[in-house]
Ligand binder design. Structure first.
Ligand SMILES: Nc1ncnc2c1ncn2[C@@H]1O[C@H](COP(=O)(O)OP(=O)(O)O)[C@@H](O)[C@H]1O
Ligand SMILES: [Mg+2]
Length: 249
């Protein structure tokens, strides 16, 4: 932490609360996330992890509480506003357009255009897509391939490549390696580490405690919507985290 911009959190959550039809999904959650920091969010199914992430990205609105990005209050009304503010998300359920080629997915909602008629610049999008997937070592048949023809690992690679391409400040990852094999998982972890080096703040949801301990600087535990605690990864161990997750021990 050498300069003042790094001293201010990229993301601040203050008493963020979410209820769906009266049922509490996330209860008074507070967390600060700094540039170049990886925070892992862990907890059992239904703990509220995805809901929390969706409030940050603008998919859900908090019932109460405050979300600040670089010190300014945000009131995202939809996910495109979050995107325009430098937040990128890789959702658990991927959210890629199945019938579209890889390059269109890479630029979804931000298509490159050319000339006074603003025609789609497909050549440029294909070229940039190819460069990006090559750089991240995501192997796909071509930038023209349709998403529906790709394997789970390839799709995940595309979703992550898209997020890393556009993320400027903050990236939110919901179980990014849940469907991947060992080699693909290692690749994704390498990419996440590279994002950290780019000074991007990262919030990652993961069921793999091995992964959490490999990647994160801090670990935040949720249980049934309640924030149980936050630990520095270097100062805790799996036993403590497991007992925080389960409430046993
Ligand atoms: N759109 C929704 N409408 C109603 N309830 C929801 C919705 N999304 C999530 N929930 C509920 O909120 C709780 C937390 O869910 P979720 O955030 O998906 O948990 P996690 O990602 O930790 O598994 C669960 O009880 C779930 O059923
Ligand atoms: Mg979830």
């Amino acid at each position: 932490m050498t300069n003042s911009t790094q001293l201010r959190p990229v993301l601040e959550l203050e008493n963020v609360h979410k209820a769906f039809a009266g049922i509490v999904a996330v209860e008074n959650f507070s967390l600060e996330l700094y540039a170049g920091e990886i925070v892992a969010l862990v907890g059992d199914n239904g703990a509220g992890k995805s809901t929390l992430l969706k409030m940050i990205s603008g998919v859900h609105r908090p019932s109460s509480g405050t979300i600040r990005l670089n010190g300014g209050d945000v009131n995202f009304t939809d996910a495109s506003i979050a995107r325009s503010r430098g937040i990128e998300v890789v959702y658990q359920d991927l959210a890629l357009a199945d019938q579209q080629p890889v390059y269109m997915n890479m630029f979804l909602g931000r298509e490159a255009v050319r000339g006074p008629l603003r025609l789609l610049d497909r050549r440029k999008m294909m070229r940039e897509t190819q460069a990006l997937v090559d750089e991240l070592d995501v192997r796909i048949p071509s930038a023209r391939a349709l998403i529906r023809d790709l394997s789970g690992g390839q799709r995940q690679g595309v979703a992550i490549a898209r997020a890393t391409h556009w993320a400027k400040k903050l990236i939110l990852l919901d179980e990014p390696t849940a469907a991947l094999g060992v080699a693909e998982t290692a690749k994704v972890e390498k990419i996440v580490t590279a994002l950290k080096e780019r000074d991007i703040a990262i919030l990652i949801i993961s069921h793999s405690l091995d992964q959490v301990f490999r990647l994160s600087d801090r670990i935040c535990v949720l249980r049934r919507g309640v924030q149980i605690g936050v630990r520095e990864t270097a100062k805790t161990d799996k036993n403590e985290i497991v007992s925080m997750i389960t409430g046993v021990g």
